[in-house]
Write a protein that binds this ligand. Sequence first.
Ligand code: G4P
Length: 529
Amino acid sequence: MSFLEEIKRRRTFGIISHPDAGKTTLTEKLLLFGGAIQEAGAVKNNKIKKGATSDFMEIERQRGISVATSVLAFIYKDKKINILDTPGHKDFAEDTFRTLTAVDSVIVVIDVAKGVEVQTEKLVEVCRMRQIPMIVFINKLDREGKDAFDLLDEVEQKLGLRVTPLSFPIGMGYDFKGIYNVWGKKLNLFSGDVKQTISEGVEFEDIDNSELDKAVGETAANILREELELVREVYPKFDRTEYLEGHLQPVFFGSALNNFGVKELLDCFIDIAPSPRPKQADIRLVNPEETKMTGFVFKIHANMDPKHRDRLAFVKIVSGMFKRNTNYLHVKKNKKFKFASPNAFFAEKKEIVDISYPGDIVGLHDTGNFKIGDTLTEGENLQFKGIPSFSPEYFRYVNNADPMKSKQLAKGLDQLMDEGVAQLFTLELNGRKVIGTVGALQYEVIQYRLEHEYGAKCTYDMLNVHKACWVQPEDPKNTDFKEFKRVKQRYLAKDKKGQLVFLADSAFSVQMTLDKYPTVKLHFTSEFG
Ligand code: G4P
């Protein structure tokens, strides 16, 4: 197969949802259809169960699982599908945001009874801003839920999407009869007794056909005809270009648990979802078809085994072919590295691979050279954009609780921050270190991992910070900026990259600062300009 054909057949995507909407179940069913696993239940996802806050062993176990399920790849109808796993737990939201920089499209799972939930809103907003093509899957149709039209309205209003149903349910919950697949013009009947069977569906070019009445009953058939009429009148016609540009989102209905509607989703997905897309770097747009290899690190995973301290850096290949034992430039470090055992990921295992193509993810063994966002090239000095740090929500001072282990603590903190577990800020005034996280759970994870992986102990002190604001002076030499630095000295810190950050204690203080120092810009993410 040629290089171009290899690119064209790749589909790299993520599934996002509010916890419990059915992301894990859907992932598993996609693997089942892809023939990558033989039975449901074989893959457990990267899911921190509710109530795991104090159960460190559970967190550790989950971390182990999450390496295996970080990337799930399989072949379906000759397409190479890479599913990038995203943790649903809100305390790991930053991890999910970073993973979204490496996907070419997403599937959004929504629970038919719960509708659009908080976490879905946040994640979809990120995808919308980046114009990532999205398909919506409304799940759990075997249960009583909201009316399909009401749900479509909710999706449009709360998520700001423009939807077009490509399948439509016949009844719901107790009365759930099946799904009409608008895309494939097929009817799939749901059988409550044999829920695990996969039916191929009956084809209906024309829904006025009386066979439809026989299949679902006259009443249900008439309701379906009316509803499909309404769908045609109210919703825009599917247009692939609009979908690819992020302006139109097709919707599917189904029940992942019952294998229902999943095949329709997958068949349509491989037809319409994009192959690897061009990616913006600081100096230019990089196209997947370019022959020179480029890629970037979007995730780093520490080894759970304390005897093997190496980490796995996950690299998304943007262009060219990534080859084993070949020298690549680590642009930030301006140093060449070659990798003897790059890993490729399959459904349940990882394997050493000789060549990877754009859209693929390779896992590189790393002894501490990689940070999230680092770019690899064949020599060109370019850096991919789009992996900013967001302002954390929680801030605490970190103290060394064992003076004999200060080196271990520094190293542990350094590496955990590289992994993107949290962000470290060093106060300008006294050099005290502050850890910022998106969820309270991370403080416990950090404490636990420092002790078990690095032999260091830490304690925390509370600190009142509302937001971390990255500072951008119009002119570092002007008096405005000098005055800002003098007055706000107590609140200034450096992030890990040495960028200046203002740790504002209230929204009011942010506003006051903006008013008082008009030439000093404040940003809530680390990437600007
Ligand atoms: P998540 O990854 O999005 O957090 O959700 P997950 O797939 O774990 O699904 C959450 C719960 O919803 C699970 O039940 C799962 O079995 C159920 N579920 C998923 N899809 C469907 C569906 O189509 N219909 C129905 N009725 N239920 C569905 P659980 O009891 O919380 O977990 P488990 O013990 O079954 O694993």
